[in-house]
Design a protein around this ligand. Sequence first.
Ligand SMILES: Cc1cc2nc3c(=O)[nH]c(=O)nc-3n(C[C@H](O)[C@H](O)[C@H](O)COP(=O)(O)O)c2cc1C
Ligand SMILES: [Mn+2]
Length: 454
Amino acid sequence: MPADLRSFLEQVQRQEPRGFYRVSREIDPRYEMAAVVTQLEQQRRVPVLLFERVRGARFPAVVNCFASRERLARALGVPAAQLPARYQEGVDHPIPPKVVERGPVQAVVEAGDAVDLTALPLMMYHDTDRAPYITAGIVFARDPESGRCNLSYNRLMLRDRAHLGIFMTVGKHLHEIYSRMETRGRPLPIAIALGNHPAWALGALYIGPYQVEEAGIIGGLLGSPLELVAGKTQDVLAPAHAEIVLEAEILPHAREEEGPFGEFHGYATAPRPRQVVRVTAITHREDAIYQDVLGGSHREHLVLPTIPMEANLDRAVRAVVPTLRAARMAAPFTCILSMEKRFEGQPRSAILAAFAAELYLKHVIVVDEDVDPGNLGQVLWAMGTRVQAGRDVFIIPAVPGSNLDPSAEREGIVDKLGIDATAKPSLKEFAPRSRVPDDVMARIRLEDYLPDLK
Ligand SMILES: Cc1cc2nc3c(=O)[nH]c(=O)nc-3n(C[C@H](O)[C@H](O)[C@H](O)COP(=O)(O)O)c2cc1C
Ligand SMILES: [Mn+2]
């Protein structure tokens, strides 16, 4: 059996105690599912939740599939610590997809007037959202010149039974493909895959050159080719083993207001005139499961994309600084690099390489190898004790960045900040760190001195 959402859900149930729950009580997709997830997050829990009865919808809905690094790592067959290396291995050894004749995702085909997006359990998450959204769809689109297939996640706003609004970041690949078609006055055919295996999600989120096909990386992550079927109403390819596929086209020269929508950084983004998607068919399994990634700053939306981002940053920075230890996305638009500095100025090279590799990146902080980049207390300690602002902070003004950054004065144009929080001129020559002597730490046992300690 090929890896798909179902095989993954079975794996979670087998391998992760307290990692999977069915909700049999009926629930409203307007805010109620988001409230359940939020309350669990407040308890620092992110189990997979399968909502069996969603009010007004024909399908059950599953959320939180990709909400923890451990769960994603397990789906790729490795412990969490090896996830970045496993990801890079998949990127380095792609396996091209295989087109097959038929797949379970086309067991039912609803085309033309039968298309009804409102029958899907589309959720509303936040008080600021304009309409129900699809956030967990992988958009498959082919470049009209090369024929290469691009994959990306794009939020989709429900407009009516057959139309969606779409948000495509300028500078990302789907927007480029769309622009090439729009120049010819033609719609861009797309397939939107819903109900995806973690390897599909992580592969789709690969960040790299335009020419690299994400579907091949998915193959590399799975160790076998991703199986694709041809669309019934559009010249598109989509995963044969997805749960639901929306066949559609992004219309040329059409813009309608999309948003506001509460984004991953925790703010509602302003409404803007954006492209319109016309859905020409919904194909699905007999007993399809709808999958959702909660919009906004919920765990799943924060965890999932950082893994490919960190892999990309790791590769780009390591190319100039081979002694990089780790790259961590610590907050929206913010990255921390830890490295063994070999010579002065090297952190600045690392910062420039990181900015060149990741459009969204706005702030980069570099720390020495004795600081854990995953521990923000330690990072702030390094900034507090190793930085002189006049010497170690630099700003590159007015550079393209995320068009979701609410602090930007002009949309999509941001100032980029680098902070070299390494010890100068080197860690070895810096003020020594004070430590209780190692031999004494090893010798002293708390219970000998504090037998009553609870
Ligand atoms: C849940 C989720 C939702 C996303 N929504 C959008 C979106 O609405 N628009 C967008 O441009 N990128 C969105 N992204 C990010 C892109 O999918 C990501 O940058 C992708 O790598 C772009 O593909 P490309 O490199 O082929 O352009 C989202 C990512 C995730 C994980
Ligand atoms: Mn791409």
